[in-house]
Design a protein around this ligand. Structure first.
Ligand SMILES: [Zn+2]
Length: 555
């Protein structure tokens, strides 16, 4: 981990105009700089850089962020790598921090991984199973497969070697039960889950018999969030910039494909694909080959994943496996060459939706058209959308312009919250840009009163960070993990709007808080929760009294 001081120094010493200017020509317009967006085919310059805020934003495709974010997107780097990249440019030495708050968790995961690896060597059932699956020892070693025996053996090992039980509990490997601490995984083959930087952060476990559940993942912990990670990402990351990644469903699909020499494979962790997982793929490659199981469930999962991938700006293609086969079984039957041959026949979006459909009537055709146009709406790249529309127009002999018009009806990206949401967004945008207003917003627990979930997440972060002397959009952007939210915040710094007077700001936030309390009071009454109602009523009346006091003192 890089020390916070280094990150702060890199942030304050980097000049975003100079940085971005070294990638593309920028021209000064008013207080900002403008150029052609490097992230979408841009004919009129719609990409803006603000020297004051140290942010950038594209009015065409909606990308935005700070200097670190720009380097991450442009150089396809992770956050720490991007900080190192910038530090290197500035000649700043990078100070590393070894003992972070999460260090004990990483250690616990590493200790357990080594324990499970040793146990696999000793388990006859485990070894037999690996053999049946046909995995080479190199693959087993590379993915650090292991075996969790029954009988609370991990707990026993932890006591014998005086490992921290607290850390093992935090890592989800030991759980508190009535009988005391118990192993979370037992009698299972164990798949360590690596972070992109190669540390074990969680585990998956598979039974070797018919017990349920067949697969079990570590619970989410401080360092492991299933929706943000992909199985195989660490092992695949050196390959997937050059080769289009395969997205498969199961851990064994990953292992068998890698075993047969296909290294560019990833899998979601037993859950439906999330947008954060899709964005992880997006850091390495815009294209992705979805290769889910060849059954009805697999097709449904593909259809869902397709939407998520399109929304995240990826260009997915779908590989269709014969009925009843998964990638693991297919490659074992057909070999690498058979698998790659099938991959070369992958379907694009339009082909996938139309495949296997019969068109007996006009209404069949209309339904298929509507479904495809609905998906085209999610395609953010205009050219790609047009190419799909072309093919669709030829296929159904309809007007391409009409399709494009329908496909652009509600554009992709962030939707502005309605009615009172506009005011909420305005106020929050002001708080993001001024530390004084941010602290005022905290006085009223502003984040709680926000009705939009995304705004709420930003509001919480504002309240957490507003004591930091470096508070501002650039600092905030470093802390936001969700790409959509980052774009929203970066976009705010380019809206020409003067900040409200502190008094006016307080007054408005207070009114929103009062309205929110009113809604809560009504709800509490309806639920018959008189005690809560009473507390809320008291807070509201104090809020209103305070407002009167402030107003009279201003006169
Ligand atoms: Zn753009």
């Amino acid at each position: 981990m890089i020390k916070q001081e280094t990150i702060d120094r890199v942030r304050t010493e980097t000049d975003i105009v100079e940085l971005i200017g070294s990638y593309l020509p920028l021209k000064k317009v008013g207080r900002n700089y403008r150029g052609l967006c490097p992230f979408h085919p841009d004919r009129r310059p719609s990409f803006y850089v603000s020297p004051e805020r140290q942010t950038y934003h594209c009015f065409g495709c909606g990308v935005g962020g700070n200097a670190v974010g720009f380097v991450m997107a442009q150089e396809k780097l992770e956050f720490p790598e991007a900080v190192r990249f910038l530090a290197n440019r500035l000649g700043i030495e990078v100070a590393e921090q070894s003992s972070g708050r999460n260090q004990p968790l990483y250690e616990a995961c590493e200790q357990a991984t080594q324990f499970f690896e040793r146990q696999l060597g000793r388990s006859e059932a485990g070894r037999q199973y690996i053999k049946r699956r046909g995995l080479k020892p190199e693959t087993v070693k590379r993915f650090r497969l292991g075996f969790a025996p029954a009988g609370n053996r991990l707990r026993g090992e932890a006591r014998k070697r005086s490992w921290s039980e607290t850390a093992l509990v935090r890592a989800g490997l030991l759980v508190k039960r009535d009988a005391g601490l118990t192993d979370y995984f037992y009698d299972r083959l164990v798949f360590p889950i690596f972070s992109v930087s190669g540390r074990v952060i969680g585990f998956g476990g598979r039974v070797l018999d018919d017990r349920e559940p067949k697969y079990l993942n570590s619970p989410d912990t401080e360092t492991f969030r299933k929706g943000y990670n992909l199985y195989g990402a660490f092992q695949a990351k050196g390959y997937i910039r050059e080769e289009v990644p395969f997205l498969v469903e199961g851990n064994f699909d990953v292992l068998t494909l890698v075993d047969k020499g296909i290294n560019n494979v990833l899998a979601p962790l037993g859950t439906a694909l999330t947008s954060n997982q899709a964005l992880l793929v997006h850091r390495y490659n815009r294209r992705v080959l979805v290769c889910f199981d060849g059954d009805a469930a697999g097709r449904k999962a593909t259809r869902r994943a397709l939407e998520v991938l399109l929304q995240c700006g990826l260009e997915p293609q779908m590989m269709v496996l014969p009925e009843g086969l998964d990638p693991d079984a297919y490659i074992r039957k057909q070999g690498k060459s058979g698998f790659m041959k099938l991959a070369s026949r992958a379907q694009d979006l339009v082909e996938f939706i139309l495949a296997g459909k019969e068109f007996r009537s006009v209404s069949d055709e209309r339904a298929a058209l509507r479904e495809t146009v609905g998906l085209l709406r999610l395609v953010s790249d205009k050219t790609t959308r047009e190419l799909h529309a072309n093919r669709l127009a030829v296929r159904f002999k309809v007007d391409k312009e009409m399709l494009l018009q329908q496909a652009s009806e509600t554009g992709p990206g962030y939707q502005m919250p309605r009615s009172s949401g506009v005011l909420e967004e305005k106020l929050l945008a002001a708080a993001v840009q001024s530390r004084a207003l941010a602290r005022d917003s905290r006085d009223f627990c502003f984040a709680d009163t926000l009705t939009d979930k995304k705004l709420q997440a930003i509001g919480r972060l504002v309240e957490q960070l507003c004591d930091d002397p470096n508070f501002g959009p650039a600092l905030l952007l470093d802390k936001i993990e969700d790409e959509d939210i980052r774009r929203v915040v970066a976009g705010w710094t380019f809206v020409e709007r003067s900040l409200p007077e502190p008094n006016e700001f307080r007054e408005r936030v207070r009114r929103l808080r009062a309205a929110w309390l009113h809604r809560r009071i009504v709800a509490a009454h309806q639920d018959g929760n008189e005690r809560e109602a009473e507390i809320l009523i008291r807070e509201r009346s104090e809020l209103l009294k305070e407002a009167t006091r402030e107003r009279s003192s201003r006169r």
